[in-house]
Write a protein that binds this ligand. Sequence first.
Ligand code: THU
Length: 143
Amino acid sequence: MSKTAQRLVQAAIEAAKTAYAPYSNFHVGAALLLENGQIVTGSNFENASYGMTLCAETVAIAKANSDGQLRAIREIAVAGGLAGHVGTGAEPITPCGRCRQIIKEVADLTEADIPVHCAHATGYETFTLFELLPHGFGPASLK
Ligand code: THU
């Protein structure tokens, strides 16, 4: 287990504490590692019109972008679970399909595969974006 990934997973678990999820009660945190070592976090943000919900990963990536750091994203950690149980499931919580597509944008822009560390009860499992979304459509497809 890498120290950086562990630190990132911890930041994701911490970020889940700011989740606004009164409808699902499922709290998710995401943490992005930037090339300069800084961490940007996000949490899920639900809405009474359920389908408008923003996932933690999407919030974190949009935050990084609005700080001018979209191309600086190198690694991602995700932790989720019912309130009070974030990161404690036997299986890792992996990004939903829409978030995989959002992460794909970063992978294509940086021309790098992005490790995604997904928290579970005894640590985390790392998948690369290309494993999570093989043959995906992205900015490079438009060239
Ligand atoms: N959720 C995320 O924040 N990220 C994911 O990748 C999966 C799902 C959120 C959306 C919703 O607020 C709650 O988890 C239950 O689906």
